[in-house]
Ligand binder design. Structure first.
Ligand SMILES: [Cu+2]
Length: 441
């Protein structure tokens, strides 16, 4: 499911899909503003793989575009989407161009862009370009900077990117409902003249959260606390595709967060990275510091960079432990330490599949799921993750894996790492006695 760099290049370079729909614009509004003359005016539109290394949105896509008289023309269509969070869990969400979240908009500093927005939702909407410095009338705040786009209408936004960095777009009309249902996407603007080395791998990941009760077909926009699907690019583990890198490559990961109510501290194993950018711009090198966890506040982007010099399979996940669970029931009674044998025997006589859970934590659930002891409701995900190469991975939700290899062929998932330098295992009796460790003491 990983979108290859080639796909992204094709999407960006050819810009064919969706372009035909432009002629069907029901209503187009010519922008009334005129932008000031600056160093950015008159620049040719940036070219993928010439002026920049295209960004990859794992499990996502890049929005196609075409150039008309020196302007990059994009077309977003807001509509209902049949979305899969992970195999076994689908929902009716809202998105753009047939996907949730919408495709990543990619451009180069100095590009003049025109974005058409067609509303195929049953409700009015707008699109706001979060973090982008643009004229007030293009800001997309319903009621304030424009009237809302009614169902069936097509509006047009136009501006010049005068900055580079990682930004986002989202509905700014009935925000609680429309963002909870998925109306959001990433914006990546590459520098016209990069100050440092270009990344070899450039990834964009939008963090968000949903309330979707087991068996329900639509996320609940009224939820304020009980979010049970935590996603990266609208996928939750085991539905998230791994990120890959070859040893020695420079990796950039751009995180955006448009969760309703939560910040996400994203932790990467195996590396220390530098936080290089926010949606406000580049962090001066003197102010960057090494870290292994980046806190991505809601309504913000954070970009991290590192050189992939440590091969392996490295977990990358939100460090809020409830955010690496799927469809968690937060109102469970605390069963920790309870001896449930007698309850199980009594209830088991009436309900053969009954099993009290939680006495020793939730990790045991994976094993029971695997052995088929525990049925789960239709269209739902088990709370814990999936079978890993050695045992059950007990994380779901906002969890993915960075796979770094000495050699890679393209962007394909290289499979599991085999730990050539060994891995943690049961200690032998000889080791225990050599080191004077007595497990019974
Ligand atoms: Cu989180």
């Amino acid at each position: 499911m990983t979108v290859s760099r080639r796909d992204a290049l094709l999407a960006g370079g050819l810009g064919l899909a969706g372009a035909g729909a432009l002629t069907g614009a029901a209503q187009a509004r010519t922008p009334a503003h005129s932008t000031s003359v600056s160093q950015h005016d008159g620049l040719a539109p940036g070219r993928p793989n010439v002026d920049y290394t295209p960004v990859v949105t794992p499990d996502g896509a890049t929005l196609p575009w075409r150039v008309v008289d020196g302007v990059k023309v994009f077309h977003l269509v807001s509509e209902e989407v049949e979305h899969e969070f992970a195999p076994g869990l689908q929902a009716r969400t809202w998105g753009y161009n047939g996907r949730t979240h919408g495709p990543t908009i990619e451009a180069v500093e100095g590009d003049r862009v025109r974005v058409y927005v067609t509303n195929r939702l049953p409700a009015p909407t707008t699109v706001h370009w979060h973090g982008v410095i643009l004229p007030s009338g293009m800001d997309g705040v319903g009621g304030l900077s424009q009237r809302s786009i009614h169902p069936g209408e097509t509006f047009v936004y136009e501006w010049t990117f005068r900055q580079h960095g990682t930004f986002m777009y989202h509905s700014h009309h009935d925000e609680m409902t429309q963002m909870a249902l998925g109306l959001m996407g990433m914006i990546v603007v590459h520098p016209r003249r990069p100050a440092g080395p270009r990344p070899d791998r450039d990834y964009a990941i939008m963090l968000s959260e949903w309330s979707l009760q087991p068996g329900a077909s639509r996320p609940d926009p009224n939820a304020m606390a009980d979010f049970n699907i935590l996603t990266m690019n609208a996928r939750c583990y085991p539905g998230t595709s791994p990120l890959v890198a070859q040893r020695g490559e420079r990796v950039r990961i751009r995180f955006g967060n448009l969760s309703a109510m939560d910040h996400h501290p994203i932790h990467l194993h195996g590396y220390a990275f530098r936080i290089t950018e926010t949606d406000g711009g580049l962090i001066p090198e003197s102010a960057q510091h090494p870290d292994t966890t980046v806190l991505v506040p809601t309504g913000s982007t954070r970009t991290v960079e590192f050189v992939a010099d440590n091969p392996g399979d490295w977990a990358m996940h939100c460090h809020m432990t409830h955010h690496v669970m799927n469809q968690m029931g937060h109102d469970l009674p605390n069963m920790t330490g309870v001896n449930a044998r007698r309850i199980d025997r009594a209830v088991g006589a009436l309900l053969p599949t009954y099993m009290t859970m939680g006495q020793d934590g939730m990790g045991e659930m994976g094993a029971h799921l695997e052995m088929g002891h525990m049925p789960i409701p239709e269209n739902s995900l088990p709370m814990v993750g999936a079978r890993g190469p050695r045992d059950y991975i007990t994380m779901g939700g906002m969890f993915t894996i960075l796979k770094v290899r000495d050699r890679l062929t393209g962007t394909e998932d290289p499979g599991w790492y085999d730990n050539p330098e060994g891995e943690a295992r049961a200690a032998t009796a000889a080791e225990l006695s050599r080191d004077g460790i007595d497990p019974q003491a």
